[in-house]
Design a protein around this ligand. Structure first.
Ligand code: GDP
Length: 308
């Protein structure tokens, strides 16, 4: 115990974590992962955010896309398409092998956290990645007056819709997976990765006991802004925040985490927001937060580790 806990979505989180494990022992890091984006496709259980983090830490991620496995082929998906199935969710052949393995484990009676642990072990990952819950949580996005499955909104429709609301189906009944609360309680530092606060971090916070455990922690809780210079590095974050009536800026993200985080790392481009964020009772650290190279990731991870 006494390790580092990171609340994580997908690509932004994975990029920070690849730097973090160069500075601390991977065995001392627990990642609490989002499962709100999980989906079932072709009878397989797919956990996109857990996989992005796992593939990155295993060193097999497709660096350019940030998801999927480097050098993967798409023969299976192409064949499925020929057979008349929808192929909007890009699944490579090697990626599919992971989903098949996970689904088989779940069918044998494993929980999602056990299946994740086994897959990580086989991929040689020393960081402990725990899905926030073993119970299903499904993020649904309200657009044009009706709730869409998250991946319908995000991948199939390309996140073009104006978002009218977000809900996390199953969150009320979901229990934290074994180790989640213990890790938070015992952490010497907690990181809220640069992920989408509404679509990736909020589903984690929606699980009973998680928010309370974070609030009860006396250790630093350090958030990193996913918004740089008023823009998201990728994805629909800015649009979603605007649609929901929030200020789409590093300040808006800090305000969303008010009462939860002790420190917030913002980009140099957003330095002018420091006084406003400090008025929320949050200490502000200014840094270079765009992670293009491994070196960028290590430098940002160092800032997060040293924030006090
Ligand atoms: P997903 O990757 O699409 O599953 O969504 P996430 O919730 O994980 O994260 C998307 C967020 O990560 C976006 O708002 C991005 O702005 C942010 N992000 C991605 N790369 C970086 C980066 O290098 N630096 C920072 N600060 N944020 C990033």
């Amino acid at each position: 115990m006494g390790g580092i806990v990171a609340l994580a979505g997908g690509v932004g989180a994975a990029r920070l974590l690849r730097g973090l494990v160069k500075l601390v022992k991977p065995e001392d890091v627990v990642v609490i992962g989002n499962i709100g984006d999980d989906l079932e496709l072709f009878g397989l259980h797919i956990s996109p955010d857990l996989d992005i983090v796992a593939y990155t830490l295993a060193g097999i991620v497709d660096e350019e896309r940030g998801w999927g496995i480097a050098g993967d082929t798409f023969h299976c998906l192409e064949m499925l398409k020929k057979l008349g199935f929808e192929a909007w969710f890009r699944l490579g052949d090697r990626d599919l092998a992971i989903h098949i393995a996970r689904t088989m484990m779940l069918r044998e009676g494993c929980t999602l956290s056990e299946a994740t642990r086994r897959i990580c072990e086989m991929l040689g990952i020393k960081v402990r990645i725990i899905p926030v819950s073993d119970n299903p949580i499904r993020t649904r996005v309200k657009a044009n007056g009706r709730f869409l499955d998250f991946q319908d909104y995000f991948v199939k429709r390309g996140a073009v819709d104006a978002v009218e609301g977000v809900m996390f189906e199953g969150a009320d009944e979901a229990k934290p997976a074994p180790g989640v609360i213990e890790a938070i309680k015992g952490a010497k530092r907690i990181i809220i990765c640069p992920s989408n606060p509404i679509l990736s971090i909020a589903p984690i916070l929606s699980v009973s006991g998680v928010r309370e455990a974070l609030r009860g922690s006396a250790s630093p809780i350090v958030g990193v802004s996913p918004i740089i210079g008023g823009r998201a590095v990728k994805g629909p974050l800015v649009k979603v925040m605007e649609c929901l009536g929030m200020e789409a800026s590093a300040y808006g993200v800090a305000n969303f985490y008010k009462g939860l985080i002790s420190h917030f790392v913002i980009d140099r481009l957003d330095a002018w927001l420091k006084p406003r964020i400090e008025r929320l009772g949050i200490k502000v650290i200014i840094a270079d937060t765009l992670m293009k190279s491994l070196e960028d990731s290590v430098n940002l991870a160092r800032v997060v580790l040293e924030a006090d």
